[in-house]
Design a binder for this molecule. Sequence first.
Ligand code: ADP
Ligand code: MG
Length: 238
Amino acid sequence: MSTHELDGDQQLEILLRGEIAITMRMPYSSNATYLVSIALDGKTIQAIYKPMSGERPLWDFEPGLHRREVAAYRLSEAMGLGFVPTTVLRDGPSGEGSVQLLIESDPDEHYFTIFEQRQDLHEQFRAMCMFDILANNTDRKSGHVLVDKNSRVWGIDHGVCFAADFKLRTVIWEFGGEEISQQLLEKIEPITQTVPLEVATLLSEQEVVAITERAKWLFKGAQFPVDPSGRHYPWPLV
Ligand SMILES: Nc1ncnc2c1ncn2[C@@H]1O[C@H](COP(=O)(O)OP(=O)(O)O)[C@@H](O)[C@H]1O
Ligand SMILES: [Mg+2]
């Protein structure tokens, strides 16, 4: 039985309790990012394992980027966005890390290749854009946007989100100046009051306060921001 034949609860159970076997290190990954298969009770799924021990140290983030991967998943779930593949915190062959469900998508397709042709995906891109501002994502590269065969948009690689200082870096600027829909504002509003505990517990106090501040700013302005400086792009872009 493969990943797509299992329901969400079964996938979660296997992600949390299954036995992890490393298949290979992902090409182009800056940290040690592994494709793994995870087996439990005769069922196997594929996932991405990022052990903390494989992180390249960064000057602007404390070690433990895997916790931010999990925080992003939990925030996306709490807000009812559901675009981050199921991600759990657990032990693995190289120690504690994040384990995220693998999404099957065409590797030649990413944000830049699909934006023009796929108007039907724009609502999903808007939701992701809004989330990235809230999460202060510093690495929304085009390749961190995947589309599966059911036209569902997924966002990956959230290890460098949630810094307290504003340092958004994203390729999604097409909505700049547009009003944020009522539907999305309703998802932001609760975060102006409180950050869900399951997210807050993974971050520093200062970082949690900063999420609420960004939520207030976004909710009050009710507009997608613009970047006149042109500096809020990640590098490389894809
Ligand atoms: N959940 C996922 N589903 C499908 N592919 C993924 C997933 N997570 C990572 N990948 C693939 O692995 C590559 C490296 O993962 P990424 O999260 O970007 O790690 P890094 O922190 O090393 O940049 C991605 O560009 C993507 O091709
Ligand atoms: Mg990456």
